[in-house]
Design a protein around this ligand. Structure first.
Ligand SMILES: [Zn+2]
Ligand SMILES: [Zn+2]
Length: 252
């Protein structure tokens, strides 16, 4: 099968022909129908320092969806033909974090596309415990975005206390920024999404979603927020970009 792999400790990726994976007894084989490119995939592509300890070669991709084509002998709840997506983190399942529902913090966890072969391939073998069913009403492309959406839900719902009518500034209009902005809006907040001139396409998406936007290269964020809130300032500044100046701005 064809797979997009990181094979060498330098920038770039390689398309290779590799054997189709064999599912273990507790795994299913998924024919990948859609896979999304995460910011971390770009980091891996450019081989930034955060990824310099990756064991190579590895198939990239941790946001994917597809159809089950084979099941291991211990798999009973899923069958051939089921539409599924998989969690991106394989946690140990027995440590304190795992037992208290915080498997995202498990120290023995591994990630698809970094530690083990991921979804940028025709097939991937996945433990059935990590699977979620994809309803018929959801496209495979949408299903591949459930992983980043679930990150945004965690940030907004679980760890950012906010109330109806709060004024929320979401800094950054990438996927996480736009997902988070929609969630704040659904929760009843007034939301302003910021970005740069290079984010033109993303601003268009934001406007289609009914979000207010501000280009910080053309307009003063502080002036806009003070005007919108009668000088009160924003209730919440939510940083969804990696740029250090955004953190400084968020605390002003
Ligand atoms: Zn991701
Ligand atoms: Zn664990």
């Amino acid at each position: 099968m064809k797979a997009i792999m990181k094979t060498l400790p330098m920038p770039g990726v390689e398309v290779r022909d590799i054997p189709k994976p064999e599912p273990a007894p507790d795994e299913v084989l998924i024919r990948v129908k859609s896979a999304a490119i995460c910011g971390s995939d770009l980091g891996i592509y450019h081989y930034t320092s955060a990824y310099s300890k990756m064991k190579l070669p590895v198939v990239l991709g941790h946001e994917f969806s597809g159809i089950i084509t084979e099941t291991g002998s211990q798999v009973h709840d899923f069958k051939e033909g089921d539409r599924v997506l998989a969690e991106s983190v394989k946690a140990c399942g027995v440590c304190e974090y795992c037992k208290t529902g915080m498997s995202n913090l498990c120290e023995k966890s591994t990630l698809f596309g970094i530690h083990t072969d991921g979804g940028f391939a025709e097939y991937i073998a996945v433990p059935y415990k990590l699977l979620h069913r994809v309803p018929d009403s959801m496209s495979f492309d949408q299903a591949a975005l459930v992983e980043p959406l679930s990150n945004a839900i965690h940030f907004v719902r679980d760890i950012t206390p906010f109330r109806i009518d709060d004024y929320v500034v979401v800094q950054g209009c990438g996927p996480i920024g736009l997902f988070s902005a929609q969630l704040f809006k659904m929760g009843g907040a007034r939301v302003l999404v910021t970005g740069l001139s290079m984010d033109k396409l993303r601003f268009d998406v934001a406007k289609k979603l009914g979000l207010e936007t501000l280009n910080i290269e053309e307009e003063s964020l502080e002036e806009r927020v003070m005007m919108d809130t009668d000088g009160r300032g924003a209730d919440i500044a939510f940083v969804a970009v990696g740029a250090p100046p955004a953190v400084k701005q968020a605390t002003q």
